[in-house]
Design a protein around this ligand. Structure first.
Ligand SMILES: [Fe+2]
Length: 290
C-alpha cells in the first residue's frame, strides 16, 4: 500500500511505502536521457527511500545501460558471465524447467566483498512469473537506528570480514550444485579472498549510519573468535530481518527497480518453478565503505 504522493518534487511523482523505506516513482520516461532537474530529483528520492521502483518502463538494453550511466559509472561484476555484446549487463534468466535454487536466495548486499562495492543495482523485469519471485529488502539504516545506544557503541569500532567464498568459492554453494542453471556462474579461487569493512558504515550522501553485514557475504568479525563472531552476527541478523525493517517488492513486467547497496540488503524469493522469469541487471560503482 503506497502513501499519497510526496509533493515536494516538481518533475516526478514519488509515492513512498508507509514506512518511508521504498517508493514508486512515476513521471519520467527512462528511455531518454533525463534533464538535470529530473535526474537530481530521482537521485534525491532514491537517497531518501533507498529502493525505488519505476513501473511501466519498457527499456532496451541500450536504454538500460544509458540510464544506469546517468546514475554513475558501471560497477565491476565478477563470477557471472555477462551478456554477449553487453559486458555490463547480466541476464538473470530462469527457465520453467529449472530446478536449481533461484539466484540471490540468501540475504546479501551486492558484491559487498569488493573493496569498493557497488552503490546501486538496477534490475529491469522482462518476464515476471504469475506467482512467487518477489524481492525482499531490509532497511539496514533503520535496523541500526533501532539498536540500543549501548549496542551501537559496542559495535561501532568493529570491522566485518567479507568474502564471496560461501557462494562462488571452489567449495561454495554454486561449486557443489548439481542441477542445471541457465545463469553462467564462474566458480573461482579468487572468491576465497577476504577483506574487511566497517560493520557500521556511514552513507556518503545521506550521512545515515547502517549495518553493513549480510549472512551470505559476511564471514566473521575482525578480532573476535569464530564463536564470538558467529554469535554477534546471528544476533544482528535476527534483529535486521524483523518485519518492521522489510519491504517486499512485487514485480510487474517492464518495471525498473534501483536499490542502494550501502544501506540495504536483499533476498530473491523463489516459488515460481514451472514459469520463466527474465530480468536484466546492471550495477553502479560505489566508494570504499567508511
Ligand atoms: Fe543481489
Amino acid at each position: 500500500m503506497l502513501q499519497e504522493a510526496d509533493n515536494s518534487y516538481r518533475t516526478i511523482r514519488v509515492a513512498p511505502q508507509p514506512s518511508g523505506f521504498g517508493a514508486e516513482i512515476t513521471g519520467p520516461d527512462l528511455s531518454h536521457p533525463l534533464d538535470r532537474e529530473t535526474l537530481a530529483e530521482v537521485k534525491a528520492a532514491w537517497a531518501r527511500h533507498a529502493v525505488v521502483a519505476f513501473p511501466d518502463q519498457p527499456l532496451t538494453l541500450d536504454q538500460l545501460e544509458a540510464f544506469t550511466q546517468q546514475i554513475g559509472p558501471f560497477g565491476k561484476d565478477p563470477f557471472i558471465k555477462p551478456m554477449p555484446g553487453h559486458p555490463n549487463v547480466l541476464e538473470l534468466r530462469r527457465e520453467p524447467d529449472e530446478k536449481a535454487t533461484n539466484f540471490g536466495a540468501g540475504w546479501h548486499s551486492d558484491w559487498s566483498f569488493q573493496a569498493e562495492p557497488p552503490a546501486a543495482t538496477l534490475l529491469h523485469s522482462e518476464v515476471v512469473p504469475p506467482v512467487g519471485g518477489d524481492t525482499l529488502f531490509c532497511d539496514c539504516a533503520a535496523a541500526y537506528a533501532a539498536l540500543s545506544p549501548t549496542m551501537q557503541r559496542m559495535i561501532a569500532p568493529l570491522r566485518a570480514v567479507h568474502s564471496a567464498s560461501r557462494a562462488y568459492g571452489t567449495k561454495g554453494v554454486f561449486a557443489r550444485e548439481t542441477e542445471k542453471r541457465t545463469l553462467q556462474i564462474i566458480v573461482s579461487e579468487e572468491a576465497e579472498e577476504t577483506l574487511t569493512h566497517p560493520l557500521v558504515r556511514t552513507h556518503p550522501v545521506t550521512g545515515r549510519r547502517a549495518l553493513f553485514i549480510s549472512p551470505v557475504y559476511t564471514v566473521g568479525v575482525e578480532g573476535l573468535t569464530p564463536s564470538e563472531s558467529q554469535q554477534i552476527l546471528a544476533l544482528l541478523f535476527a534483529h535486521m530481518i524483523q518485519p518492521q525493517f522489510i519491504y517486499r517488492h512485487r514485480w510487474r513486467p517492464k518495471m525498473l527497480l534501483m536499490w542502494d547497496n550501502r544501506c540495504t540488503m536483499h533476498l530473491a524469493e523463489g516459488g515460481y518453478d514451472g514459469y520463466l522469469r527474465l530480468m536484466h541487471r546492471t550495477t553502479v560503482a560505489g566508494d570504499r565503505p567508511v
